[in-house]
Design a protein around this ligand. Structure first.
Ligand SMILES: NC(=O)CC(=O)C(=O)O
Length: 285
């Protein structure tokens, strides 16, 4: 059995309400094309910059964006990954903002939320510097969502660079990994495609990464090139740098076929090495 998935590579502006309206029209377009699983980009309601995260932050379940996501999933009877948004939440160490992805089912119920686990604190000579930890707290869970098709792993952008996290999701049963992301024009050309293809080939899963469109008026220039890769490492769909929806038909039988013919997971030498996982078994809502 296969189903259609879509990635909405949308242009993000400085207006939250415009971003939500744009997301709505792109999601409706994808639904009209038969998509049942739709993935939005990282920070789709907010410019990707530390100065904006606190201003755009909202809480679950009453925030404008999360309400919109739940309602849109329900109205259209789709699985909807709400890219990510700045989430404001009370924690043991006080109020914090997280870079959070909310994943809704076709009844509009939250299945899981993933808070970005690895914060993007980097300084690349002649390129980009960014410190998410200036404004954001980090999540502490490995996130796998149960859906009617299969278990699906969820991570955000920089998380994809950590193969242990991806493997941990796969060991929990994930056959697909979804990654709202916003690489940039320094790291994107160098690492985006090779990293996504490698995660797909190592884990023999579908990997779907959703980027914002490139906005040259923004402080942070997203790479674009949203990508859908199959478990054999084939690219099923790739966006350019502008606003665009990409689609692919997902046949989960391919995961089983590839794993049967090339049994990497079974051939692991767990007598020699082993992945130790310390997080809770499942992300909490
Ligand atoms: N923006 C990110 O979180 C990650 C990124 O751009 C990179 O890893 O490169």
């Amino acid at each position: 059995m296969s189903f259609k998935t879509a990635v909405c590579q949308m242009l993000v502006s400085h207006s939250k309400s415009d971003n939500i309206s744009k997301a709505k029209s792109m999601i409706e377009e994808a639904v009209s094309q038969g998509a049942e699983l739709i993935i939005m980009p990282e920070m789709f309601n907010c410019p990707y910059e530390n100065t904006s995260f606190p201003d755009f932050a909202e809480s679950y379940p009453d925030g404008e964006t999360v309400k919109f996501l739940a309602q849109t999933a329900k109205e259209n009877k789709i699985y909807l990954v709400g890219g990510s948004v700045p989430e404001s939440a009370e924690t043991e160490s006080g109020r914090q903002i997280f870079n959070t992805s909310f994943f809704f089912d076709p009844q509009g119920q939250l299945i899981v939320r993933h808070r970005k686990v690895h914060l993007f604190d980097i300084d690349i000579e002649g390129g980009i510097s960014f410190r998410e930890s200036d404004t954001l707290g980090r999540g502490d869970q490995i996130t796998v969502a149960g859906t009617k098709w299969c278990d699906i792993g969820l991570a955000i952008c920089y998380d994809m660079r950590f193969p242990e996290l991806m493997r941990a999701m796969v060991l929990k049963g994930a056959k697909m990994i979804l990654i709202p992301a916003a690489f940039n024009t320094t790291t994107g050309p160098a690492h985006w495609e090779i990293t996504l293809k490698t995660r797909a080939v190592d884990n023999q899963t579908f990997v779907i990464a959703a980027s914002p469109a490139r906005n040259l008026e923004a402080a942070y220039h997203a790479y674009g090139h949203s990508l859908i890769v199959d478990p054999w490492g084939e690219i099923l769909a790739e966006a350019g740098t502008g606003e665009e929806i990409i689609y692919a038909s997902i046949d989960l039988e391919l995961v089983d076929r590839v794993r049967r013919q090339l049994p990497l997971l079974r051939h692991r030498r767990t007598d020699l090495y082993r992945l130790e996982v310390n997080s809770q078994p499942m992300a909490q809502k």
